[in-house]
Design a protein around this ligand. Structure first.
Ligand SMILES: [Cu+2]
Length: 324
């Protein structure tokens, strides 16, 4: 039995092509029967774009809206309570994971404040393990959240997040692959005092899901669900300014990218500056890195997005933006 690499690269000429064709056809009928059983390399060869991984059928098109459409910033002191839970969560059709969550969701709620205003976070740990909630950005070191919160205990952090930008918050305990990989992360948007231009805003957090508990992500997805935005595209109005807040929280890949088809965008790295750092159609993000991306879709239609890393794209991180 040749390896996948051998059938992709190792057989030359017409006889070779016929042999490959016959082999693929035999593999294809075998794969059809086990399509949902495991996402092996052969399955990937036959998955059409965007549908090699399906989201849970119970999730309708608006199921992730509260994790995708950010709230407007409120003036003054913003108080939020976040509860850390341990539970099984569905991360794809028929695929579950032993998760640790902020409020039962992956990612946690979108936090948003205006620069200079105060964020008061009360964090309750209802799991049998120590966890914490550490926020990126500048603040008093006593409010950083790196100390473990023991099981059953509560901590409150109060600070004025700065500077204006886009930040992750996450559990910072070791091993990170486990505490991040099981779902303890979310986004904090800090708006400048002089607001950014009004836009259609969406938050997209890329995560990895270890569904077989072998310490390695085997599914990937935006906002906690593999395959979701391939099945349920983001919708934006034609011609509107669109601002995507994109964060990479995949714990076990050195880098992930956000790549958009058929349109280019301004890249505001970390969202901390008012002028774009570059103009591109792909932006690389290491773990914990993020960027605000601004674009307009002048033609109605479907625009594909995905990480440019095949492993991530093929295992659940394909998506579409539909301009209507
Ligand atoms: Cu943790």
């Amino acid at each position: 039995m040749p390896t996948r690499r051998e059938w992709l690269f190792g057989v030359g000429g017409a006889a070779g092509a016929l042999a490959v064709s016959a082999m693929l056809s035999r593999r294809s009928s075998r794969n059809a029967a086990r399509h949902d059983a495991s996402l092996d390399d052969a399955t990937m060869l036959h998955g059409p774009y965007g549908h090699s991984v399906e989201p849970p059928a119970t999730l309708g098109p608006t199921a992730l809206d509260d994790l995708t459409i950010p709230p407007l910033a409120r003036a003054g002191r913003v108080a939020r309570t976040i509860t850390i839970t341990q539970q099984r969560v569905q991360v794809g059709a028929g695929r579950e994971m032993d998760a640790w969550t902020f409020d039962g969701r992956i990612p946690g709620q979108i936090l948003r404040v205006r620069e200079g205003d105060t964020l008061a976070l009360t964090v309750r740990n209802l799991t049998p393990h120590p966890h914490n909630l550490h926020t990126h950005g500048a603040h008093a070191p006593t409010q950083d959240g790196w100390e473990p919160i023991p099981p059953g205990e509560t901590r409150t952090y109060e600070f004025a997040p700065r500077p204006a930008g886009l930040y992750p918050y996450h559990c910072d305990l070791l091993p990170s692959a486990q505490h991040l990989g099981r779902g303890l992360y979310g986004a904090l948007i800090v708006d400048p005092v002089l607001p950014r231009p009004s836009a259609e805003e969406r938050v997209l957090i890329l995560g990895g899901f270890d569904t077989d508990d072998d310490g390695r992500s085997d599914l990937y997805g935006w906002n906690g669900v593999a395959g979701f935005f391939a099945r349920h595209p983001l919708k934006v109005p034609v011609g509107a300014l669109v601002r995507l807040h994109v964060l990479n929280l995949v714990p076990d890949e050195p880098v992930a990218t956000f790549h958009l088809h058929a349109q280019t965008f301004d890249v505001f790295r970390s969202g901390t500056r008012r002028v774009p750092d570059e103009h591109s159609d792909v932006v690389p993000l290491t773990l914990g890195e993020r960027a605000m991306l601004e674009m307009r879709f002048d033609a109605p239609g479907r625009y594909m997005f995905h990480p440019h890393q095949p492993r991530l794209a093929e295992r659940g991180a394909m998506g579409w933006i539909v301009a209507v």
